[in-house]
Design a protein around this ligand. Structure first.
Ligand SMILES: [Zn+2]
Length: 354
């Protein structure tokens, strides 16, 4: 399981958590490895009939090209070189967009993906990162993010150190072999379903499912007979629940200043019997109550330590046991014990049944 995945959401995840949150209009929520957004279309000028080279000796980054030559990141085609299952592959994104590697893996059904090394890039394209582009590139797979579709008059590297191209029409001059959703959604972009600004929140993955298909059954040579007696390779799936993470999340959402606040359904102990003092009648009543609860299949714990009441009470609150039954000499003399609800702090005096 991945640690602390980020989710993009216009729904319940985002509600009331941080300054850029809003009430949801729909329940769209997705892991950032899958999330999409509805970007506003950009209207470009037509630009020249073909790309024009221009010298950019001091340009290494998207920001450099913006600052020195006035091409905003939105008007740049960013060219990333990746090695996808041993094959050097160019990945194109809008200058201000970031690649989600998992989307690249999913799009190509790839087993291994890594950024190309500088020497691999120079060998294939003849230029170092900072001046890369896909215009005129043949013999390498080129993928482009959907946000570049229809874009014109763009700037990109010319595959010659210190030179860029302007007036690039992506479909006319590059014609990527494949279009795909490859970019990372960022907070504030419109929800793909309702248009509300999305929030991006860090979350805990408490469970997951994977469709493994026939990946492992084929590799391991697993087969079964179908209803017609034919041998077939079964599809495989897997799921997992992170028990420790589920506990952590429960505490995160169920606690107060005094400590944890377990819901009864998952509380390690539902009831704490707390006896006050070491008086024999009190101890005996506590033992009876504890035994009776256990017989009734209530998860109970008995705090019979020789501690001050305040210490015992705050320990029960700290560990978040939902109900405390306090047994003391004065109450017993009146035929009562006291039940305290952890969540509300509400006390109820009830008859002590012996
Ligand atoms: Zn929405």
């Amino acid at each position: 399981m991945g640690v602390a995945p980020r989710w993009s959401s216009c729904g319940p995840f985002g509600r009331g958590r941080g300054p850029d949150r809003h009430l949801s209009r729909c329940d769209y929520a997705a892991n950032v490895e899958k999330a999409t957004s509805a970007l506003a279309a950009i209207e470009d000028a037509p630009g020249p009939d073909s790309p024009e080279r221009f010298d950019t000796p001091d340009v290494r980054t998207i920001e450099d090209l913006d600052r020195q030559h006035g091409f905003s990141a939105q008007r740049q085609v960013k060219t990333l070189a990746y090695v996808v299952d041993e094959q050097l592959t160019l990945v194109l994104l809008r200058g201000d967009h970031a690649l989600v590697e998992q989307k690249l893996i999913d799009t190509l059904g790839a087993k291994q993906v890594r950024p190309a090394q500088p020497d691999e890039i120079v060998a294939a394209l003849g230029a170092k990162p900072g001046s890369l582009g896909a215009v005129g590139v043949t013999g390498l797979p080129v993928l482009a993010d959907e946000a570049l579709r229809g874009r014109r008059d763009m700037a990109t590297g010319a595959n010659s150190d210190g030179v860029h191209l302007r007036g690039v029409d992506v479909e006319r001059d590059i014609a990527p072999a494949r279009w795909a959703d490859l970019r990372e959604v960022t907070a504030g972009e419109p929800c793909p379903d309702c248009g509300t600004a999305l929030g991006v929140v860090r979350t805990v993955e408490i469970g997951h499912i994977f469709k493994l298909g026939s990946k492992y059954t084929e590799t391991l040579g697993v087969s079964v007979l179908d209803p017609d007696g034919e041998r077939v390779t079964p599809l495989m799936g897997s799921y997992g629940i992170g028990v420790e993470r589920a506990l952590a999340c429960t505490v995160e959402s169920h606690h107060d200043a005094k400590g944890m606040l377990w819901p009864v359904a998952v509380a390690p102990f539902e009831v704490a019997v707390v006896t006050l003092g070491q008086d024999e009648a009190v101890t005996s009543a506590g033992q009876d109550l504890y035994d009776q609860l256990r017989r009734e299949r209530v998860d109970a714990i008995w705090d019979d330590r020789d501690e001050r009441p305040g210490v015992k009470f705050s320990d029960v609150e700290l560990v978040g046991i939902p109900y405390r039954i306090t047994v003391g000499a004065r109450g017993l003399a009146a035929g009562t014990v006291e039940v305290t609800e952890r969540a509300t702090g509400e006390n109820t005096v009830v008859p002590s049944v012996r």
